[in-house]
Design a protein around this ligand. Structure first.
Ligand code: UDX
Length: 449
């Protein structure tokens, strides 16, 4: 390692300033590092340089503008500037599902290596944070060394992120674990450099797991596969509860008291969506198949299928509850984001269900506290209302699709005066059925009588 900050700490670049990268860059600056964010998107760089966050994440807009103001955080489109500045380069580009199959598209990662490596002419560490098919890191390491003038003085490490949207800052500055994947045979100072970057979180108690590159890559997808399985497990129980007339929310509470099981991530409902869980389990299956270990993950097909079935079931349930045919029925959908405290609508179960009902001929009006601009752009055929009241006025059915606090706290008696028919599908099991029924509503939910 050469250069560094005046205080001896390494200078950091963050390549790819989407959700993960923008959060990581702002948080590292907050931890006292000089950080240069790099992105190929000129508009994004302009916006971030002006301290404007191009998406919603609680607390992050304030953090970003404060760090830009402090001078510790800058953004650029120039790889030459990044190579010159950085001692540690965090790579945070996205790896979306490839068009036409389940595998992950790693072309953005490859492009970073192609553009950055020829400019690396002094010792540095490249740290992958993107979610990748196992084996990608080793391939990247070889290419970096081939292409970089500094050759073997360029080390590659893998440090997967586990941040949840809505909790991105906490998950970055106080992660519940730090995984440091290191290549055997690399400079032993690489681990020290990474520990220096994370001195604050480590001192505050975040445990560190050191492992090889392949294990670090797998940790991320294994964690997401487990979480997806947990959600689909409770949703499968919801299917059984529906068949048997039992209550999945009580069931989750009861099994959750067993410490080996735990109550978290056992909320039955419309299932998982977002930019990570759905595509990560598919990419994991695809990679396992390539490795000849496809049998080990066939259960994830079922996890995916259970998750998809919930979306279809919600539409059926709404159809059962409607007192009229779909064409012309007025439906209010509360929620567009894939989960609360986010404006992310990627693979959003809420919009998937809204879209299906629209295709059945219903007039669907959506309201969401944060995700309306994104939803409008992507689903222009749906109607949108700026307030809950406007969305529900004259509705023949209300569907709660994302469990925002604003929706949980709704007053059933007041809402009943606005709608045409007080019929409600609580697709997130987040309302009190007794209270809603007492206010005159026909209440239906998934996995509950
Ligand atoms: C996830 C992982 O949690 C995170 O560690 C990883 O880095 C990225 O993917 P995120 O996509 O932000 O994070 O959302 P998360 O809070 O994990 O929820 C995922 C989905 O599962 C959401 O659609 C949520 O509504 C759903 N979910 C979650 C349930 O349906 N039931 C639950 O009990 C929990």
């Amino acid at each position: 390692m050469t250069d560094g900050q005046a205080d001896g700490r390494p200078r950091l670049t963050v390549i790819g300033c989407g959700y993960l990268g923008a959060t990581h860059a702002a948080c590292m600056a907050e931890l006292g590092f000089e950080v240069l964010g790099v992105d190929v998107d000129v508009e994004r760089v302009k916006s971030l340089s002006a301290g404007r966050l191009p998406f919603f994440e609680p607390g992050l807009a304030e953090l970003l503008s404060a760090q830009v103001e402090s001078g510790r955080l800058r953004f650029t489109t120039s790889y030459a500037e990044a190579a010159d500045f950085g001692d540690v380069h965090f790579v945070c580009v996205s790896t979306p599902q490839r068009a036409g199959d389940f595998a992950a598209d790693v072309s953005r990662l490859d492009a970073v290596v192609t553009d950055l490596a020829p400019l690396l002419d002094r010792p540095c560490v490249v740290v992958g944070k993107s979610t990748v098919p196992v084996g990608t890191a080793e391939r990247m390491r070889q290419r970096l060394r081939q292409l970089a003038p500094a050759g073997d003085a360029v080390a590659l490490a893998w440090n997967p992120e586990f941040l949840r949207e809505g909790h991105a800052i906490d998950d970055t500055v106080a992660p519940d674990r730090l995984v440091l994947g290191l290549a055997g045979g690399d400079d032993p100072t690489t681990e020290q450099t990474l520990r220096a970057v994370y001195t604050g979180p480590i001192a505050a108690g975040s445990p560190v797991v050191v492992c090889d590159l392949a294990t670090a890559e797998l940790v991320k997808v294994a964690a997401n596969a487990f979480l997806a399985t947990k959600v689909s497990f409770i949703n499968a129980m919801a299917e059984l509860c529906e068949a048997a007339g039992a209550d999945v929310t009580r069931l989750a509470e009861a099994i959750g008291h067993d410490e080996r099981i735990g109550r978290r991530f056992l909320n039955a409902g419309l299932g998982f969506g977002g930019g990570c869980l759905p595509k990560d389990i598919r990419a994991f299956m695809a990679r396992a198949g390539e490795l000849g270990a496809g049998d080990a993950l066939t259960f994830l097909r079922e996890v995916d299928a259970i998750n998809q079935r919930r979306r279809a079931r919600v539409v059926d349930l709404a159809g059962e509850l409607l007192d009229r045919p779909w064409p012309g029925a007025r439906i209010a959908v509360l929620g567009a984001a894939f989960k609360p405290h986010s404006d992310d609508i990627r693979d959003s179960p809420a919009l998937n269900v809204a879209g299906r009902m629209h295709l059945l001929g219903a007039h669907v009006t959506v309201h969401d506290p944060k995700a309306m601009p994104n939803a409008r752009r992507t689903w222009p055929t749906l109607a949108y209302a700026d307030t809950i009241d406007d969305a529900c006025a004259g509705a023949h059915l209300v569907l709660l699709a994302t469990e925002w606090p604003q929706f949980r706290e709704l007053d059933p008696a007041a809402l009943a005066t606005l709608v045409d028919t007080p019929a409600l599908v609580d697709a997130r099991n987040c309302l009190d059925p007794t209270r809603w029924r007492a206010a005159g509503w026909t209440y239906r939910a998934l996995g509950r009588p």
